[in-house]
Design a protein. Sequence first.
Length: 417
Amino acid sequence: MITGNGAAARPLLLLLATGMRSYREYLLRSIASEFRVHLFHTVEPTWEREYLSGWTVVPDSYDGPAMAATAAALHGEQPFDGVLCWDEARIHAASYIAGALGLPNGDPAVLWRLRDKAQTRAALAAAGLPQPASVPVGTEAEARAAAERIGYPVVLKPRGFGASVGVIRVDGPEQLAAGFAFTSAATLPDPITYNSAEPYLVEECVTGEEVSVDAVVQGGKAVPLFVGRKVVGYPPYAEEVGHHVEGADPLLADAGFADLLTAIHAALGFTDGWTHSEFMLTADGPRLIEVNGRLGGDLIPYLGRLATGIDPGLAAARVACGLAPQTTPTRARSTAIRFFYVAEDDTEIGSIGFDERRLPAEVDRAVAVAAPGAVVSPPPKGTLWGRIAYTTVAADSRTACDRALDAAAAALLVEPA
C-alpha cells in the first residue's frame, strides 16, 4: 500500500477498480474534488494517481472476502466512509467490502440478485412487477421448449453477462439452433459463473423504445436522474451503437414511473447506492429488462451531466458514504453519443483520428479508442470491443445532436494497415 496526502476533513472513499480512462476519468476527477479516494486494483495506478490519496495493489479484484479482510485492516487505521465500484464484473466483490465495514450497499446477496438476471426475474415475478416472461435453460432442447411456450419471437441471452454480449433475437424455430449456438458461445473476461445447469435465459421479445435509467437510491427511495434513449444496431443482435439523453426527458417528471422504479428496487432488496436500469417502453407500459448495481456505461452518466448539470460521480460517492446527493438539475439540454466501427471483420487499423476542422461546435468529445495496429471487427464479432471511436455532442434539440453526430462521422478518418 502507498498512501499520499489528502485533506483529512474530507470523507475517505474506497474505490474498486477504475476502467478505461476515456470512459471513466470524468467520474474520478469529480469525486476527488470532494473526497479522498483510496483505490483497490490489481496493478499500480497510472493516470489515476493525481486523483488518489492512496492505493492498495490486491492479487485478485474479484475476490470479495479477501479484499474485505484487507480493507478491514486499513479501516482500523483510517476508517473508510464508503465503498464504490462502477465495474459490472466487480460490484458483487465490492459489496463484501462494504458489508465487512458496515457501510451502505454491503449485502452480497442483493448484488448477486442483480447480477444474476434469473434471480432478478424471480424476485420481480413474486412482486407482480412488469417484465418479459423468462425461462432459465441449459440446453438447446430446453431453449426450444421454452420458446414454444413463450411464443416467437424470443430473445436468448446469458443470465449474467453485460454489454449485450450473447444477446440475440430469434424470430422462429428454424433460427433457434443458430441463436442458441451464438448465445452459448459468448464469453467475457469476468471469471464469475452462474447456475451451471441453466446458464441462459429465453425471454419474451417485448417491443417499443428501449431506455436506460440511472438513479440514486437512498433509504429505499429511487430518484431517477438520467434517462438514456438507446440507439440499437446490427440486428438481430442488440448492439448499443448510441444513446440520447435529454435534460427534460418526460420520464424524469413521471411520478408513476418513479414509483415503479422504487417498487422494483424494493422487490430486489436494493436500498442504498446507484443503479442503471433498462426498460422497454411498450404499448402496455414500461417492462423491466434488467437492473445493474452500478453507474451506467457508455458515458451515459457523462451525457447526463452535460444535459442536467447533476454530477454523477459526486452523487454516487455521496450515496456510497451515506450522504445526501445533489439531484436538482441546473440546466436542460439535449446530448448524445455515437460509437463507430469498421466495416469488415479483422480489420487492422493503420491510422485513425478526427479531422478537427470538420467537427461542428456541438461536439463535446471526439475520441479514437482504437490505436494503430489494433485488429478489430464490427458486431457481432466485435461487440463492445469492436468500437474504434466515439463522439459526444450537446445541443438545443435531438435533431441538432443527430446532425452534429453525422458531421463527426464524416470527420472520422480511418485507414486500414
